[in-house]
Design a binder for this molecule. Structure first.
Ligand SMILES: Cc1cc2nc3c(=O)[nH]c(=O)nc-3n(C[C@H](O)[C@H](O)[C@H](O)COP(=O)(O)OP(=O)(O)OC[C@H]3O[C@@H](n4cnc5c(N)ncnc54)[C@H](O)[C@@H]3O)c2cc1C
Length: 470
């Protein structure tokens, strides 16, 4: 497990002081790249000294750098939390896990799955830290049933700007708790947390795979099956047009009971089949991701995935992209941006059709896009999801052309009351962000109370106007 979004091997970091290096950092999309002073402090006292007495003007915590844009990047200081990676306690009866915030979801799974527990919800990669999961209030394929990550955090400890450690939960310092959940590292450093895990009968999902010949059919399938299935996700071909616009493959699933497993699997139901990840060895030339290649891939994917029932292990169902290390390199040196759109349920069909029409016309291809259903919002001030549907799109970064396209998509979002996800965003402007997040002022007031000198900021928080640009 490594932070592969950090400086490339041909760009050796320059040591500036004890436990600090100067390095070029980005998020998973490799855009933008920013020169930062990066600190690796695992001791709480050392972190406090850095914040209170150090000469660091401002900083932002960082996990495994799996947010796509500039959420965990700040030229003044980046506080890498992965050295703080101890699992502290697991109550095997209740499924309460306490650990340091630098522990990755992969490490949690390795520890708890053999005992019949799994993550309460999971993003599409397990190379995410507990701190990153809380800060982005991540969601998975079961949001319509189980909500976001933050709703399963029983408590957390937070180091705020003056070095004080605050104990927070939905009942204690609850305003700080709900600002930290989804607060993108801007309230302070999550040091450790207690998470309520979820019991699972096995490490497998019983999956029903169905093809929808266009976007409308895909929505109907979601509607029919949201009640019936715990997990659901659809892969959409967003280069198809006219009556095939939004054709997709829907994968709905429930946890597989031991009785559904093959005899060999049933002997150790929580054991994941061993797999060796493949790797993309270098950044592809930018041309590799042209529209023709993406169209051919999307078409092939759709044709290969017919209607059927199957058993999938957790790795294959939840983390298909993790089987290829460094897959972000296929977008080349200029990187890519992810645009995740969320629309209210009552207008999401109409809005997404408009979105797809613009993309299809723009000639800027997105690899298979991901469509998910979402349930009610939680009290997180900057938490992303509310009741509706989300569509996540990847665009190879082509400078002004991509920026213009994303701003065009922003207009559709504003027209339909939608919003973008900070964990994926690299481009949105301050006015658009303010229009999308009505509780922004409340968050800013709380941040000012905790952090009057703006010690915590990121390139993203300056860009979207959560903090005043320096
Ligand atoms: C392939 C892929 C699939 C994904 N799928 C999903 C998905 O399905 N659903 C979803 O919700 N997200 C998804 N994501 C996004 C990802 O889950 C989030 O961006 C997550 O926050 C990344 O965690 P990280 O540890 O890499 O943190 P980073 O990317 O390093 O940081 C993310 C944010 O967390 C803050 N942060 C990190 N550690 C701490 C800490 N200890 N204290 C306070 N703040 C902290 C940072 O300041 C930053 O604002 C996906 C990402 C990838 C690459």
């Amino acid at each position: 497990m490594n932070d592969s979004s950090a400086a490339s091997p041909d760009d050796p970091p320059e040591i500036s002081s004890a436990n600090a290096v100067n390095s070029t950092l980005s998020g998973w999309g490799n855009y933008p790249k920013v020169n930062c002073t990066v600190h690796f402090q695992r001791q709480v006292d050392a972190l406090r000294n850095l914040l209170v007495e150090g000469d660091v003007m401002s900083s932002i915590p960082r996990g495994l750098g799996r947010s796509y844009g500039d959420s965990s990047v700040n030229q003044d200081g980046v506080l890498v939390q992965t050295p703080r990676n101890r699992l502290l306690a697991l109550d095997e009866k209740t499924g309460c896990l306490t650990c340091e915030a630098g522990v990755s979801l992969e490490e949690v799974i390795q520890c708890v799955l053999p005992k019949g527990w799994f993550l309460p919800t999971t993003p599409g990669t397990k190379f995410v830290t507990i701190g990153g999961a809380i800060a982005a209030d991540v969601h998975g394929k079961n949001h319509h049933r189980d909500g976001t990550w933050g709703q399963h955090v029983k408590r957390l400890s937070l180091m705020v700007a003056d070095g004080t450690i605050m104990e927070c939960s939905a009942h204690q310092n609850s305003d700080v708790f709900w600002a930290t959940v989804g607060g993108m590292g801007l309230t302070g450093i999550v040091l450790e947390a207690t998470i309520q895990l979820m019991r699972v009968p096995s490490a497998y999902v019983e999956v029903t795979q169905r093809r929808a010949s266009n976007m409308f059919e895909a929505f109907d399938l979601f509607l029919e099956t949201d009640e019936q299935y715990k997990y659901s996700v659809a892969w959409i071909d967003c280069l198809s047009s006219r009556n095939k616009l939004g054709r997709s493959v829907l994968l709905s699933g429930n946890d597989a009971e031991v009785t559904s497993l093959k005899p060999k699997q049933a002997k150790s139901p929580w054991k994941l089949p061993a797999k060796r990840a493949k790797s993309v060895p270098f950044e592809f030339p930018g041309l590799a991701m042209n529209q023709l290649a993406i169209r051919a891939f999307n078409g092939l994917y759709y044709r290969k995935h017919g209607n059927r029932q199957m058993l999938m292990d957790f790795d294959s169902y939840f983390y298909p992209l993790d089987s290829i290390n460094h897959w972000n390199r296929i977008y080349g040196k200029r990187g890519f941006v992810q645009y995740q759109a969320l629309f209210p349920r009552d207008c999401s069909r109409e809005a997404m059709v408009k979105l797809l029409q613009i993309i299809s016309k723009s000639g800027q291809a997105s690899f298979l896009a991901v469509l998910k259903s979402s349930g009610p919002a939680n009290p997180g001030m900057l938490s992303y999801l509310f009741d509706g549907h989300t569509l996540a799109l990847d665009f190879p970064f082509r400078g002004e052309k991509t920026i213009r396209l994303c701003h065009q998509l922003d207009q559709i979002m504003l027209e339909f009351g939608g919003r973008v996800y900070l964990a994926k965003d690299a481009l949105i402007g301050a006015d658009t962000f303010a229009a999308m997040y009505p509780r922004l002022d409340e968050f800013k007031q709380l941040k000012h109370r905790l952090d009057p000198l703006t010690k915590f900021r990121s390139c993203q928080s300056d860009r979207v106007g959560i903090t005043e640009p320096r």
